[in-house]
Design a protein around this ligand. Structure first.
Ligand SMILES: [Zn+2]
Length: 282
């Protein structure tokens, strides 16, 4: 089973996770920039983080045979902090870089006016740079949040079929599908979607334009959830081709809209800016 995890925060994960993901079939992933939990106090800490997603993390992934790409943005939560919003002015110089395959994750957290501004501005940036957008839908008030998100996308310069609406569930999949966007589902260990609920959605809705991700991060999460969904699909009677469509071809098609996907894993470099994962040891 070949797997592309279209949303996982490897910065927060260990090399054991990389090894286990490879052993489960993961050969490619996209790491969206996100909120790190600890509030950032200046744009500069975003820039170091963006550089890590373009440098150190692809270096680390390559050591384990996995192709790494990223999406960059001012995340919805920190869009509310005026210390962080100047990031928007500097994003254009990052969005031209080869490893960036979308603008994201953007969207709504608490649906504030500041989030409106950041979402609209970043959909425009995606359109300007020929990139698709990864749009997070809120964890609270899911359906109203999704509908407002769809309205903002419709008013933007970015076509709905260049948008991936993420963190969907049974209550939001119908509206999301009707909008013409790609459909993302984050599978978590004990909250929100699990693999059995995901299989039920796939039975009802089909596999077209559906992407499944682990969204694994610094919280309770599981970087092998993509594989577990593939196994659950097979156990429920889906064929290997259906699994391949959801876990590989759909994410390749969506992020391929950037024209920047490089699925051949590069020969691992010995060092990144003079450093290795051996912490200086030989
Ligand atoms: Zn995320």
């Amino acid at each position: 089973m070949r797997i592309f995890d279209p949303h996982i925060h490897m910065t927060s994960r260990t090399t054991d996770d990389y090894r286990a993901m490879y052993d489960s079939g993961v050969r490619a992933l996209v790491e969206p920039s996100f909120w790190l939990g600890q509030p950032r106090t200046s744009p500069e800490s975003f820039f170091d983080y963006f550089d890590a997603l373009l440098g150190w993390e692809p270096f680390r992934a390559a050591q384990y045979g996995i192709a790494h790409h990223c999406t960059l943005a001012l995340n919805p939560k920190e869009a509310n902090d005026p210390r962080c919003t100047p990031v928007l002015d500097e994003l254009p110089r990052y969005l031209v870089k080869d490893g960036v395959v979308a603008v994201g994750e953007i969207g709504y957290d608490s649906m504030t006016p500041a989030e409106d501004t950041a979402l609209a501005a970043q959909l425009q940036l995606a359109a300007d740079h020929g990139l698709p957008a990864l749009v997070h839908t809120p964890h609270r008030d899911k359906l109203s949040g999704l509908r407002r998100t769809i309205d903002v996308v419709r008013e933007s310069a970015l076509a709905p079929d260049r948008v991936l609406l993420d963190h969907l569930n049974e209550t939001t999949v119908k509206d999301a599908a009707e909008s013409g966007s790609w459909l993302g589902f984050s599978i978590y260990p004990d909250t929100k979607m699990d693999e059995d609920r995901m299989v039920a959605v796939l039975k009802e809705h089909g596999t077209e334009k559906v992407l499944v991700n682990s969204a694994a991060d610094w919280g309770n999460s599981d970087p092998l959830k993509t594989r577990k969904v593939g196994d659950a699909m097979l156990a429920a009677g889906f064929g290997a081709d259906d699994v391949d469509q959801v876990l590989w071809r759909n994410p390749v098609a969506f992020y391929g809209l950037s024209g920047r996907l490089q699925l051949d894993v590069p020969e691992p470099e010995a060092l990144h800016e003079g450093n290795s994962i051996l912490r200086g040891g030989e």
